[in-house]
Ligand binder design. Sequence first.
Ligand code: CP
Length: 306
Amino acid sequence: MKLQHLTSINDLSDDQIQAIFKRARKFSNGQHSISSSDHSSPFIANLFFEPSTRTRLSFEAAAKRLGMQVLTLEDKNSSREKGESYLDTLLTLEAMGARGFIIRTTDESASSDLVQALGNKYPHVHIINAGGGKKDHPTQGLLDVFTMQQHYADLEKRKICIIGDIKHSRVARSTVQVLNSLNITNIHLIAPQNLLPESNEFSQCHLSDQLADGLSEADVVITLRIQKERMQSSDIPNNDEYQQRFGLHSENIKMAKPNAIIMHPGPMNRGVEISSGIADSSQSVITQQVANGVFIRMAILDLMLN
Ligand code: CP
């Protein structure tokens, strides 16, 4: 199965999601052959116009583990500062030999606009959205559900609770899209009233501003950072008030199932949405998410470029 671009989970068929998971599982089990780096192996280009630690470096790790070479644009020192467009930046790197473009922007439509602009003229070019505004973060959605499946073979029977700034979260959107495409629908989205999304956007989910509604008897608990960079200052909650109502800690986690897994896409604000006691507990799978991020991204790069 070949994959041309990945701008949104909506780009993927169910078969493609399963093919990515199958290949990621092989990588995580060490069942793969990796060619050594040589000068004919494909270049990928990391184009991050927003900060990132996990996504940027795990794409870099994934590419290197596949024997690919990586070009990284330092946005602040790039000719974007002189007004160069995303498309001209991409075509410049394409001329240098780059074939896979990993793109993070504040602009929700940047990666799909680039796919459209390329049309059929560049069949050897592949675009992966590494986070676009509040709309899409497809590789995060895939790695989140891949991690859940490692813990629950019967995920469709489990209760999943996502807590936090849902309104501005591309992670929540992409993770829910993957879950829904696998017919997993017992999903509870919990946020302060002003950080809940429009209910018609998440029509298959239960929305509430009461933590107990989602947390009680949950099997999977995902907590999210408040994305202050995507909010008007009047919407930003006070850290202490937020922590008291929605922060996960050793007492309120008792509402969830005793062996519930606790997830966070990172970066975490310890002491706000999650206590250190919970982030570092035996129930936490946060570092497993990071490790799986490399396997999922290896699977996607391998399907596209090898
Ligand atoms: N989860 C995630 O996207 O983290 P980064 O912003 O560090 O890439």
